[in-house]
Design a protein around this ligand. Structure first.
Ligand SMILES: Cc1cc2nc3c(=O)[nH]c(=O)nc-3n(C[C@H](O)[C@H](O)[C@H](O)COP(=O)(O)O)c2cc1C
Length: 155
């Protein structure tokens, strides 16, 4: 794909972690991102969202304009935007990481101090925590080919 890039931002949620509003966001991610060939990672807790978006530059641009207007969060601050050769979240339309869980996705559990520092403009520690996350490649589903010896069911 041409012009592949990754954008990471931090913002403040205006909604609670386990709310209908959050499910609506997850729903939009899973509905829209495959259509726009966007992949990524969305961390949420009571005080922060951190999202990694991967895809074609223009698609990211369009989504960012929408995100800026979304009242379910505020104070959106881009931490890094850079060209990438390949996606880290290639198999994830949007990997949702619940920061309130003791076992968050990919073990990503940044401290509040780290998140506050990123929001204040020092994002180096948060970015290296994101970069060192170990993201498993999701296996493709196994689809069994029908065997020719299988009996045919007639209706
Ligand atoms: C923190 C946050 C992350 C979001 N991430 C995405 C996303 O990755 N993809 C997406 O389509 N919408 C995302 N949204 C929702 C969009 O702002 C917007 O509501 C949605 O794209 C509208 O989709 P619709 O026109 O299909 O209803 C996010 C919203 C928030 C608050």
């Amino acid at each position: 794909m041409h012009d592949l890039e990754s954008l990471i931002y931090i913002s403040r949620p205006a909604i609670r972690p386990h709310s209908i509003e959050l499910l609506d966001i997850a729903d939009a991610c899973l509905r829209n991102n495959p259509l726009h060939d966007l992949t990524g990672f969305l961390y949420f807790d009571r005080s922060f969202f951190v999202q990694v978006l991967e895809g074609e530059s223009a698609r990211i641009e369009t989504l960012c304009a929408t995100l800026l207007d979304d009242p379910r969060h505020y104070g959106m601050h881009v931490l890094r935007r850079a060209p990438i050769l390949r996606r880290r979240f290639a198999c994830w339309d949007m990997a949702l990481c619940d920061g309130t869980s003791p076992y968050p996705l990919f073990g990503f559990k940044p401290s509040r101090k780290l998140l506050e520092a990123a929001k204040q403009g020092d994002a180096s520690a948060l970015l290296s925590a994101i970069d060192s996350m170990s993201v498993p490649v999701r296996a493709a589903p196994i689809v069994a080919a029908p065997s020719s010896s299988e009996p045919h069911l007639s209706s």
